[in-house]
Design a protein around this ligand. Structure first.
Ligand code: PEP
Ligand code: MN
Length: 360
């Protein structure tokens, strides 16, 4: 990895010539495991050592974390390696213990960000702290909820805050464990340009062989850092085994990552980029225009259906459209998954448009 130009607020204290990296196991498992990983990560691009102490499991029966004893192991790791520590907190008791054990960075997990009561409780317990507090995106793709959690921290006079993008959960299976929905994080970045934004490719991908690719995408979008789950024996990890990498693999990932500059002078590259961007802008306007036309015709069909008292949803016709569009999409290099998503969204909008007309 190489240098990124501008850093903001608490990030500056790390005095880095590259994006911030937080690494360490999904969960602290044993003292030996914690110490081994921390030692392998010192003297690398890693600036902060992470480990989960309390694990929010989706269903009961999974490993729920070692609890307070793990904080002692982390303290030892910090004493031996000098690496500052980061853990997840989900309630005021966790915060109290984290402060007692002098943890440096506290993050709010995706399952906690969705709950304003829990976030408020954490904010109150941390009121005025100088610790760094990071907020993962909520599990559902809701930018306001993410911003709301950050606001609760800011209102509690917590100055050193940041966001972690870990992707959004979906019912349908995709190639990601949690769909990145990059646009949501880009919108956050746009609204709060000085808020450090960190990508967690481990929870986005759920698979170690995709970490490199998603980390690069994040750096290309000008993220300030990465949080990557790292384990000495990933296959036998007690949680999130498939997505953890060894410290050696992590170092390889760093070697291959490229940090791109914010923009170059008015050189050939910029000119070419601007031109392409203009083309994209034009096409986007056309897409919206065509969709508008399509919706208008759908509305007219709604009126016809109303006259004849015909149901709005015509499953047979809809399946025909989908089949046809998947074939046409294939021809243009568009995946079936994309065509399905696109047309489902268009169809949904058509139906609600027609419903308004028919029930008016
Ligand atoms: C984690 O970082 O191990 C974790 C539980 O993350 P998330 O809240 O993103 O699921
Ligand atoms: Mn994890």
């Amino acid at each position: 990895m190489k240098k990124k130009e501008q850093h903001t607020n608490w990030l500056e204290d790390f005095n880095l010539s590259h994006p911030l990296v937080i690494a360490g196991p999904c969960s602290a498992e044993t003292e030996e495991q914690v110490l081994k990983i921390a030692h392998e990560l010192k003297n690398s691009d890693v600036s902060i050592f992470r480990a989960g102490i309390w694990k929010p499991r989706t269903r009961p029966g999974g490993f729920e974390g070692v609890g307070e004893i793990g904080l002692k192991w982390l303290q030892k790791a910090k004493a031996e390696t000098g690496l500052p520590l980061a853990i997840e907190v989900a309630n005021a008791t966790h915060v109290k213990l984290a402060l007692e054990y002098d943890i440096d960075v506290l993050w709010i997990g995706a399952r906690t960000t969705v709950n304003p009561f829990a976030v408020q409780e954490i904010a109150d317990a941390l009121n005025g702290t100088n610790k760094i507090v990071l907020v993962k995106n909520p599990v559902n793709p809701d930018l306001s909820l993410w911003i709301g959690a950050l606001e609760r921290l800011a209102n509690a006079h917590i100055k050193n805050i940041g966001a972690i993008h870990r992707g959004f959960s979906t019912y349908e299976k995709t190639k990601y464990r949690n769909n990145p929905e990059w646009q949501i994080a880009i919108d956050l970045q746009y609204k709060f340009p000085n808020l450090p934004l960190i990508c967690d490719p481990s929870h986005i991908t759920g698979k170690r062989n995709m970490i490199q690719e998603v980390s690069q995408q994040a750096l290309d979008l000008n993220y300030d850092g990465l949080m990557i789950e790292t384990h000495i024996d990933p296959d036998n990890a007690w949680s999130d085994a498939a997505q953890q990498v060894t410290p050696a693999v992590l170092k390889e990932i760093f070697t291959d990552l490229r940090v791109r500059k914010e923009s170059d002078d008015a050189d050939d590259f910029t000119k070419k980029m601007n031109k392409k961007r203009t083309q994209i802008d034009e096409l986007d306007s056309k897409i919206v225009e065509i969709l508008g036309k399509r919706m208008k015709i759908a509305g007219e069909i709604g009126l016809l259906k109303k006259e004849k008292n015909v149901a709005i949803l015509q499953n047979k016709r809809w399946n025909e459209i989908l089949g046809k569009m998947i074939l046409e999409g294939e021809d243009k290099g568009l995946s079936e998954e994309f065509i399905l998503k696109l047309f489902k969204a268009i169809h949904q909008e058509s139906i609600s448009h027609q419903e308004k007309i028919v029930n008016n």
